[in-house]
Design a protein around this ligand. Structure first.
Ligand code: C5P
Length: 196
């Protein structure tokens, strides 16, 4: 099958485990991986006019080491409500998805907007409390504040008019609330295997 594209779309809310699952699926099948949240994080972190920044985004912008912070996540979700920002980032994501050899993209709107024709769609979720606890283990601080930020970001991502976060009708839903990482990865690999 070398040379043919094969696209795996993985969506879900913050800290549900989709990044871990996306990396593991990509490694398992030898596919390229794009964490699309980094695009929005890079736009938010740069400051200035987000539409101009999104149109001029370069690979180097994705290398900044402060993109993983809670603040960068909040900034990302604020610029991500802008339809012109989203539009400016579509072509890059679709080109990545169609590369020969297979690609995994994880984000919020991959199965619904960016790659509605994806070969496999996964929707990875978990309860807000579980997701906040996982994030808190990484970043520390006050767990109640982390939970409030998780809920705030969910509300913004699910409530926006353009490309809101939701599971595609044909997505396989993986709820990781009570799953180990290994079990969640195994479920994802099995879902991809079933479509190959
Ligand atoms: O996944 P991550 O936490 O890095 O995403 C940061 C923010 O970027 C999300 O809260 C969301 O608002 C936005 N985003 C998006 N569409 C994507 C990926 C991320 O709107 N495909």
């Amino acid at each position: 099958m070398a040379g043919l594209s094969f696209t795996v779309a993985i969506d879900g809310p913050a800290a549900a485990g989709k990044g871990t699952i996306a990396r593991a699926v990509a490694a398992h099948f030898g596919f390229a991986h794009l964490d699309t949240g980094l695009l929005y994080r890079a736009v938010g972190a740069k400051g200035g006019d987000p539409v101009a920044v999104a149109r001029g985004l370069t690979a180097a912008d994705l290398e900044r080491d402060d993109l993983r912070s809670l603040a960068a996540g909040q900034a990302a979700s604020r610029v991500a409500v802008n339809p012109e920002v989203r539009a400016a980032l579509i072509a890059f994501q679709r080109a990545f998805a169609r590369q020969p050899g297979g690609a995994v993209l994880d984000g919020r709107d991959i199965g619904t907007v960016i790659c509605p024709e994806a070969d496999v769609k996964l929707y990875v979720t978990a309860s807000p409390e579980v997701r906040a606890h996982r994030r808190w283990l990484e970043v520390g601080g006050d767990e109640a504040v982390v939970l409030a930020e998780v809920r705030e970001r969910d509300a913004r991502d699910m409530g926006r008019a353009d490309a809101p976060l939701r599971a595609a009708a044909d997505a396989v839903v993986i709820d990781t609330s009570e799953m180990s990482i290994d079990a969640a990865v195994a479920a994802a690999v099995k879902a991809v295997q079933a479509r190959r």
